[in-house]
Every structure is written in C-alpha cells, then in structure tokens.
Design a protein around this ligand. Structure first.
Ligand code: ASP
Length: 324
C-alpha cells in the first residue's frame, strides 16, 4: 500500500550552495526532491515542506517543538527531517524524547553540498524516505539515516567534521542498513520514555568540559547562573580534585550530571576512589549520565527541568535513558 511520507526541510549543507567560503542554504524542498528521481520509484506519496532554511547551528529547542507539532499534525505513515548535520545528534534525541507516536521520524542531512563532487545528500534523502516508509522501523522513535546506515537517536554521534561516514553509534552500532534500496533492521532500540514538558525548555544548562589542570574558572562562572550543569569529565567520569568540592556544593542546589568527554563508553559508578573520581562525585550528589554523551545529557536535562522533575525524578530519568 502506498505510504504517505511528510518531509520537513530545515536547511543545512544538503541545501547549501556557494563556493569560496560562501555556502549558505539556498535550495528549497521541491528542488531537493526533484534532484532524486529514484524517490518517484518508491511506493510513497511524498509531501515535501520547507520548514526552516538555516544552518543547523542556528536551530533552537523551540524550532524542534514546532517541528514535532507539525509532524504530529501531518498524520503520515512516516516523517523525514532534513537538516544540517552539525546539531543533528541533538535534535534527533530531542525529537526522540518528545515523540509519543509509532510513526518513525527519520533525520538526515549531507556532508558535501550539491556544488561539490560526490554530494551525499541525494542518497541520504532517498535512504531517509525509504526507512520512514518501512514498517520494520515503526515504534523506534527518532532515527538517523545516513551513508547507508540507520542509527538510533539515543546513540548517534557526529564523529567527523567532513567525512560522509560521520554518523556512528560508538556504544551500539547501527540499528539498520540500506541494502540495494531496502532498509534492513539489525537491532531494536530499548524502550524509551516520552516526556511532556509543561513549558519552554529554556533552562540554562551549560556543558563544562574539564581539561588537564582545570582551574575551575568556568565552573565558578557557570555556578552563579546555571539551572543545571553537565560535566564532561575525563574517562569514566573524573575531574581534577580541586573541582570535586565546588561541584558537590553546586549539586546541592541544581542537578549536576556527570558525563564523560570520551567518545564512547559509560560513566562508572564504583571503580575509582580518589578525590574527583566517579565515586567521590556521585557521593557528593552528582547524577550519572550512564551511556549518554554530554550533548544528549544536556538535551535530556533541559527536557526534564521543563517537565518539572525534582532531583529524584531526574536521577531516575538518567538511569533509564543512560541504560546503567
Ligand atoms: N553547517 C551545516 C549545518 O547546517 C553542516 C551540515 O549540514 O553538515 O549543520
């Protein structure tokens, strides 16, 4: 049966032209669809809509809320979101947290713009529509289709600034593949909790990436104004010992999430015992991000704060989302 797919175009490299340092989003939804004749060969009725025409660095939580509302109103069999790759790992996860429907939401973009040799946008758009129309990918929330792979929003990272194979899920691997035009599921994403914020997701939640010999300058500045904090600690969740006490004090006032600045793996719970180790910081009241990277942890904390969760509810949310 013919599937109805609604595709929202938000801008990004896939729509950008202009050489010599001047590429900006100029190409609209209709032209991008027209550039992929194979779309007409799918058993799909495609409704392509211009939604924003900006770099993904300029997107806001509010843009995504409006997108989720428009996607729900579309009542299609599948949703495609085409945007810049820079923030896609975050927007995909935000959609995942807010999307209660079985309908798949499949995000994609491009690393090479259409004026470069070998642009990847057309193949990615075709892949995203194919996945969105595949019944096997229903009920898995938001997914990312790129470079013939499908990734779960919960795990996906942008791992390279220019390579077309940029999207990867270091903690899980892809959940599907595109093979000869067919979307093949490899794994299902564990059950996810959908959140319903009561107001704007505007809480101030900076990410504090600690560095070697960090003197705490940014921590003290952030502590004065933040509604919550994500610490991107070393390795399994460690900071220089001089930061442990101020972090513990801050954690008595606002939720402080302990994530890792490493590109994969969990935050530990019970391995190290030195000052500034994960056991020290967790005992001081920090909340473990588990397998969530700092960027996704920040998205989740902003959603949780807008949902009115107290500290215990936030901690429980991170146990569920971080899978640890
Ligand atoms: N600057 C682009 C963006 O909108 C990069 C991309 O699309 O890959 O995120």
């Amino acid at each position: 049966m013919t599937k109805s797919i609604t595709a929202f175009f938000l801008g990004g490299t896939i729509s950008m032209t202009g050489r010599g340092g001047g590429a900006i989003s100029r190409i609209g939804a209709a032209e991008l669809v027209e550039a992929v004749p194979q779309l007409a060969e799918l058993d799909v009725r495609l409704d392509a809509r211009d939604f924003r025409q900006i770099s993904s660095a300029g997107l806001s939580f509010q843009d995504i809320v409006e997108l989720v509302d428009a996607a729900a109103a579309a009542e299609s069999d599948g949703i495609v979101v085409v945007q810049g790759t820079d923030t896609l790992e975050e927007t995909a996860y935000l959609i995942d947290l807010l999307w209660p429907h079985e309908t798949p939401v499949v995000l994609t973009g491009a690393m090479r713009n259409p004026s470069l040799a070998g642009p990847d946008g057309p193949a990615n758009l075709l892949a995203a529509v194919t996945v969105a129309a595949s019944p096997q990918f229903r009920g898995q929330g938001a997914l990312v289709a790129s470079n013939d792979e499908v990734h779960a929003a919960r795990y996906v990272r942008k791992t390279h600034s220019t390579n077309v194979a940029t999207f990867a899920s270091p903690n899980a691997g892809p959940v599907g593949l595109l093979v000869e035009g067919t979307a093949i599921p490899l794994a299902t994403v564990p059950r996810r909790t959908v959140h319903t914020p009561n107001g704007p997701m505007s809480a101030r939640v900076p990410i504090l990436a600690v560095g070697l010999d960090d003197d705490g300058l940014l921590l003290s500045a952030a502590a004065r104004v933040c509604d919550g904090l994500v610490v991107a600690g070393f390795g399994g969740g460690h900071v220089p010992d001089r930061l442990a006490e101020p972090l513990g004090e801050l954690a008595q006032r606002v939720p402080v999430i302990l994530a890792s600045r490493a590109n994969g793996g969990p935050v530990l719970a019970r391995t190290y015992g030195f000052a500034g180790s994960e056991t020290d910081l967790l005992a001081r009241g920090l909340i473990r991000a588990g397998l969530l990277d700092p960027f996704k942890a920040r998205v989740l904390l902003r959603v949780a704060l807008a949902s009115g969760y107290d500290r215990d509810a936030i901690a429980a949310t991170f146990v569920e989302a971080g899978l640890t």
